[in-house]
Design a protein around this ligand. Structure first.
Ligand SMILES: Cc1cc2nc3c(=O)[nH]c(=O)nc-3n(C[C@H](O)[C@H](O)[C@H](O)COP(=O)(O)OP(=O)(O)OC[C@H]3O[C@@H](n4cnc5c(N)ncnc54)[C@H](O)[C@@H]3O)c2cc1C
Ligand code: SF4
Length: 477
């Protein structure tokens, strides 16, 4: 029986001391619920009314067969539940941990909608697959026959890995290129360890490696190897590079020391979690310990930064957002978690400059919500004469991400992009303007979700298999 607990079944935020180690939450639960998870999973699963109108399933991007695997879990048939769950989702235990279920499956559960509290679908999904790992039901890929065709995948995030899994199961030779030293993309270096334990990601990478997927790491396509060379080596190519250009901020003093990008801050923190020695963390540049931290932004990345800063032992953590709580893009559940951990949200505020170098404070303008714009959303307006300075030793910019200019970086102008710089790809086949080149995940959608990247990766792999079975097309390349 699994020793892994279901973290989401009870709210613990109030019991948690502030400023904890990154992974202490998981350990707390291991101790408390070590013998409890199976009963709790069955209890939750049996709450599913098998309503016959599975809105949960239609609102899951992977259309997971939720009612059926809940029924199997309630009946204690966990191995069958696992088989069913993994048939539609490459990484169920990862989605179970980090999908915004309140906006997807759980938010559309009819029990939730009738006011009785959702079935905790994500937690059950996580439990089923964690149990499968613990019991040895998750095995390396063993294709029935090897195929001669090879596919090059650029980017080892969830989109690229999901595609690698499907292609390898079909016997295709798969090579995944990534500029980082570890695979996983934002699962590894973006999302903090207290939301997604890194051993959970790494065991999936190992499973793919053991199944014959080749990883070429520390390989920045466009620098260490050309895109053209990758196309020349493989019968088809999948681009799954994500979006990494941080949105810029224009304000006097923004270049001062102590003002850092969210992605750098989170990557450093995740590296430290792996036990790496990170010079910028050691020097304090990317370490919130003992500091007055101000995070600018209201999305999920900002939430990850404020909660990481608390865990690093910040003296205080404030989050500036130019709209109010009701209008912020980040998950309300994350805001509540952050508040319970000691983060102060300063709604309706925006920075208009920075004092000192190294930074000593953020010049803050107070805002109010004005008339709705064309989309119906109220625009923030400055309240004149209400500026003040917020003291800060570390400022983290979390204003979102944009795509890098791949056609220029890769010298491939025939690769068509949208006006936002995302790659243009057919929404069904995921094929780009270049024959035999497909694209998935954030580099097509813009910053999105893990579950959408997985869906894209699986769909693109199916399209690639169709493409590879058209010999005339491959031979013509
Ligand atoms: C801080 C943060 C927290 C998030 N939290 C959540 C969450 O809780 N739940 C959720 O569902 N989503 C979350 N997301 C979004 C989610 O992580 C992404 O939508 C998802 O990872 C996109 O997958 P992807 O495969 O398209 O790209 P990525 O995961 O970004 O992977 C792309 C990979 O491509 C590699 N790469 C890029 N360019 C090159 C190149 N030129 N050569 C070689 N390799 C290259 C990168 O190194 C990276 O490994 C979060 C995002 C961030 C930034
Ligand atoms: S993949 Fe995400 S949306 Fe789908 S059932 Fe799992 S947690 Fe819900």
């Amino acid at each position: 029986m699994s020793k892994r607990p279901m973290l989401q079944f009870v709210s613990t935020a109030k019991e948690m001391p502030l400023k904890r180690d990154a992974d202490s939450r998981a350990h707390d639960f291991d101790e408390i619920y070590a013998e409890y998870a199976a009963e709790k999973a069955a209890e939750q699963a049996s709450r599913c009314s098998q309503c016959g109108v599975p809105y949960c399933q239609t609102h899951c991007p992977l259309h997971n067969n939720i009612p059926d695997w809940l029924r199997l879990t309630a009946e204690g048939r966990l191995q069958e539940a696992y088989e069913m769950s993994q048939a539609t989702n490459t990484f169920p235990e990862i989605c179970g941990r980090i999908c915004p279920q309140d906006r997807l499956c759980e938010g559309n559960c009819v029990i939730e909608q009738s006011g009785h509290g959702t079935v905790t679908i994500g937690a059950v999904e996580k439990y089923i697959t964690d149990t499968a790992w613990d019991n040895g039901w998750v095995q390396p890929i063993a294709p029935r026959e090897e195929r001669p065709e090879s596919v090059g995948i650029i980017g080892a995030g969830p989109g690229g890995l999901a595609a690698a899994d499907v292609l390898r199961r079909a016997g295709v030779q798969v090579t995944v290129y990534d500029r980082h030293d570890r695979a996983g993309g934002l699962l590894t270096y973006g999302i903090p360890g207290f939301k997604l334990e890194k051993d959970v990601v790494m065991r999936r990478v190992e499973q793919l490696e053991q199944g014959g997927v080749e990883f070429v790491l520390n390989c920045n396509v466009g620098v260490d190897i050309s895109f053209d060379a990758i196309r020349g080596k493989h019968d088809a190519v999948l681009i799954a590079t994500g979006v990494y250009k941080s949105r810029a901020m224009q304000a006097p003093g923004v270049g001062a020391a102590g003002i850092v990008r969210a992605i750098d801050y989170l990557t450093a923190s995740n590296r430290v979690g792996f036990g790496d020695s990170v010079a910028e963390y050691e020097s304090g540049e990317l370490n919130a310990s003992g500091k007055r931290v101000v995070v600018i932004g209201g999305g999920d990345t900002a939430m990850d930064c404020v909660r990481t800063a608390i865990r690093q032992g910040a003296q205080s953590v404030k989050c500036l957002y130019r709209r109010d709580r009701a209008n912020m893009p980040g998950s309300q559940r994350e805001v509540q978690n952050a508040e319970e951990e000691g983060v102060e949200f300063v709604w309706l505020t925006a920075p208009n400059g920075f004092a000192g170098n190294p930074v000593e404070g953020v010049m803050v303008q107070k805002m109010r919500l004005g008339a709705p714009d064309a989309t119906g959303r109220q625009s923030p307006e400055v309240i004149e004469g209400a500026d003040y300075v917020e003291p800060a030793d570390l400022v983290i910019k979390a204003l979102g991400f944009e795509p890098e200019d791949l056609p220029t970086l890769w010298g491939e102008t025939a690769l068509e992009v949208t006006r936002w710089g995302t790659i243009k790809a057919d929404f069904r086949s995921h094929e780009t303007s270049l024959p035999g080149v497909f694209a998935v995940g954030d580099i097509v959608r813009g910053a999105s979700l893990v579950v959408w990247a997985i869906r894209d990766g699986r769909e693109a792999a199916d399209s690639i298999l169709t493409y590879l079975s058209q010999p005339a097309q491959v031979a013509a390349e």
